[in-house]
Design a protein around this ligand. Structure first.
Ligand code: NAD
Length: 324
């Protein structure tokens, strides 16, 4: 369980793209805490300078401000790197419907540039962020790798395309790639601000400010909300996985399912707020239920998530109370 016992070669170098964002900065922190070197490549488009500044005093940390749409920058960033953890991308289903061309350039061409740069620099393992959105309208639960439906948004297309490109790089060039299909990740440093903020930090922020949150739809949608510590474990275990497990995609979740309305009332109780939610229309491109079969990651990556939803939510609430 967990990742704190994992061992890499002493001089291992990790490159985290999107390292100024929510998941990326948590990966940087975990790797630095284990004592290894981290390069962070980020254009700060949705990431935050403060997620870089917090590590600047650590001699094992280097920050490169740059865009993965620029192959030359990707090439430079991959020099001397053992493991790439490619997180850089723009998230949000509704935003992708508003700006499809950008999502293609940023999320697909950007990752392709990183794959090419990793290959040319002899990187050992290429782990990349995919998403549960690749299951599209497939109605069956739990979601299982190999049983995908029609894609419902440009964002989902971008993640699915990344998976296919990564498989090509394993097949033709022998680059060990591992796709992490994250399911609704939450935890410390996830951005609560803006129109495209994820639901847990957004609700916590509004409730702390005594404002009334709006639930899209009836609140009876459910998701496999996954605490950030489990995502860190999955990424680091993938770095140590066998080459036989490469060229594949893995559900990264806890394997549970929480209803939005229940989360809402858990939060009001935990924060001591007596505020009823607003209910708004359903969001385009959203699915009703999501829940992952994590058997494949357990078997091939030895992924064994440590944090169930309640434990993760408790930690997240504690963090936001102190930091918002
Ligand atoms: P985030 O927005 O907090 O982080 C993304 C980071 O990537 C930001 O720091 C941003 O500045 C950077 N970035 C974006 N485009 C870039 C570019 N062209 N060049 C360099 N840097 C760039 O988002 P996050 O929630 O931490 O997501 C990380 C990854 O995980 C993304 O690929 C996202 O699609 C994926 N993902 C996240 C979730 C989730 O629940 N948070 C779920 C599924 C998949």
């Amino acid at each position: 369980m967990g990742y704190k016992h994992l061992k890499f070669l002493v001089n291992s170098v990790f490159l985290v793209t999107g390292g100024a964002g929510f998941i990326g900065s948590n990966l940087c922190e975990a790797i630095l805490n284990l004592g290894y070197k981290v390069k962070c490549l980020d254009d700060l488009s949705t990431g935050k300078q403060e997620n870089v500044d917090m590590f600047m005093d650590n001699p094992n940390y280097t920050f490169i401000k740059g865009d993965i749409k620029d192959l030359a920058i990707c090439m430079k960033a991959c020099e001397g790197v053992d493991y790439v953890l490619n997180q850089a991308a723009w998230g949000s289903v509704p935003r992708s419907i508003e700006m499809p061309l950008f999502y293609c350039a940023n999320n697909i061409q950007g990752t392709l540039n990183m794959l090419e740069a990793a290959r040319q620099n002899g990187v050992k393992k290429f782990i990349y962020a995919s998403s549960s959105s690749v299951y599209g309208d497939e109605p069956n639960l739990p979601k299982t790798e190999g049983r995908e439906g029609n894609l419902l948004s440009p964002y989902a297309v971008s993640k699915r395309a990344d998976e296919e490109w990564a498989k090509q790089y394993t097949k033709h060039y022998g680059l060990d790639t591992y796709g992490m299909r994250y399911f609704n990740v939450f935890g410390r440093r996830q951005d609560p601000y803006g129109a495209y903020a994820a639901v847990i930090p957004k609700f916590i922020k509004l409730l702390l400010n005594n404002e009334q949150p709006t639930i899209n739809g009836d609140g009876k949608q459910s998701r496999d909300f996954t605490y950030i510590e489990n995502v860190i474990e999955a990424n680091l275990k993938a770095c140590l996985a066998s080459s036989e497990a490469a060229g594949q995609v893995y559900n990264i979740a806890y394997g549970g399912r929480e209803y939005l309305i229940d989360i809402y009332y858990t939060l009001t109780k935990a924060l001591g707020k007596d505020i009823e939610p607003n209910f708004g229309p359903d969001r385009a491109g959203d699915i009703k239920h999501s829940n992952a079969d994590i058997g494949k990651a357990k078997k091939l990556l030895e992924y064994d998530p440590e944090y169930d939803f309640a434990r993760g939510l408790n930690e997240a609430i504690g963090w936001y109370k102190e930091n918002l």
